[in-house]
Design a protein around this ligand. Structure first.
Ligand code: PHE
Length: 338
């Protein structure tokens, strides 16, 4: 009767284990342990031969009963797992395929900024941050645009409280950095600027600019040309040509507007370049000594260049986007394409 007694113990142990199993995995292990091919019950069947002839039917019957009992207990346990998962998931059918969440990506403007900054960083420029809410000093005075200066009109500005304003150009970063740091400087800064322009296909009250500047002893105009040419070729293509046109900015002297040959039509003339073969992409010049005065740099010792470009326009040119508003409407059908 040894096996018979042993089966009673197995019965107790199995019931306890099945009832107390905490998880699907553990239950699977219990199932294998008792009912598997090399499990305890299979073992008992093999041991039947050691039982006396008269007890054999009794033991055999007990083995069958236990197997059936364990099987149905395991089924019950499985059902209890299913039930508790159901209630946890609010009776939803968790076996249905899920709703796939789409992974986002950078906005085309941010991509453009990252690509451009990357080119300048490789040339040794340091990328910095600068505030968007500014004082008149940083947006104007220190940049040689005093109160009654007619050019202040060009930089129409949103004024907020306490004499603060939303900067209308990233040139503010020149002052912010020069005030804090000493030459030699090689700085690049990207950020938002604000102008109360009427919104149309090519104007927005908020857009992005990238500002770059370099200050040291002996910086000359050809350094500016060299840096910008390197940038233009890397970003727009090797075959791109540049054209410097004289211009006026209060904070640079001399100043230039810079065009690149249209990379869409190869300067032959197309809709994008208004059949001129040239695209205006940058403003630049040698930093005006008056700006150095404002940040207390010795303007007899140091020279430097600065440049600024509108990112929205560059991004529009690059991807053939004909409406600036698309950047700010957050329409996924548009954004998805980049
Ligand atoms: N800040 C000028 C603008 O917004 C661009 C510029 C930057 C020009 C630096 C010269 C030097 O139009």
């Amino acid at each position: 009767m040894k096996l018979f007694e042993k089966l009673k113990d197995i019965d107790k142990a199995a019931i306890k284990e099945i009832v107390e199993t905490p998880s699907w995995d553990a239950l699977e292990q219990v199932k294998i342990k008792y009912l598997g091919r090399k499990g305890i019950m299979q073992d008992a069947i093999k041991n039947i031969k050691s039982v006396s002839k008269k007890d054999k039917p009794k033991v055999g019957q007990l083995i069958n009963e236990l197997k059936n009992k364990f099987t149905s207990l395991i089924k019950e346990k499985e059902q209890s797992f299913i039930d508790s998962e159901r209630s946890m998931f609010g009776n939803k059918d968790i076996t249905l395929p899920g709703v796939k969440k789409e992974i986002g990506h950078n906005h085309p403007l941010i991509k453009t900024i990252d690509e451009i900054i990357d080119i300048f960083v490789r040339m040794g420029f340091k990328s910095v941050d600068a505030p968007e809410v500014e004082t008149e000093f940083y947006n104007f005075e220190a940049l040689n645009i005093p109160k009654d200066h007619p050019s202040r009109e060009t930089f129409h500005t949103f004024y907020v409280e306490n004499g603060m304003l939303l900067r209308s150009q990233t040139s503010t970063a020149q002052i912010r950095i020069m005030e804090k740091e000493k030459p030699p400087l090689q700085i690049i800064h990207a950020g938002k600027v604000y102008r109360p322009d009427a919104v149309d296909a090519s104007h927005s009250f908020m857009f992005y600019q990238i500002e770059g500047f370099m200050v040291d002893e002996g910086i000359v105009f050809s350094d500016l040309k060299g840096v910008l040419e390197k940038f233009a070729k890397e970003y727009f293509g090797e075959e791109v040509k540049m054209r410097f046109r004289p211009h006026y900015f209060p904070f640079t002297e001399p100043s230039a507007e810079i065009d690149i040959s249209c990379f869409i039509c190869g300067a032959k003339g197309c809709r994008v370049c208004s059949h001129k073969g040239w695209l205006e992409v940058l403003g630049a010049g040698m930093i005006n000594p008056k700006v150095f005065d404002a940040v207390k740099y010795d303007s007899r010792k140091y020279t430097g260049f600065a440049f600024g470009m509108g990112i929205d326009r560059i991004c529009m040119l690059k991807y053939g986007i004909d409406n600036i508003r698309l950047f700010y409407e957050n329409d996924v059908r548009f954004l998805k394409q980049f």
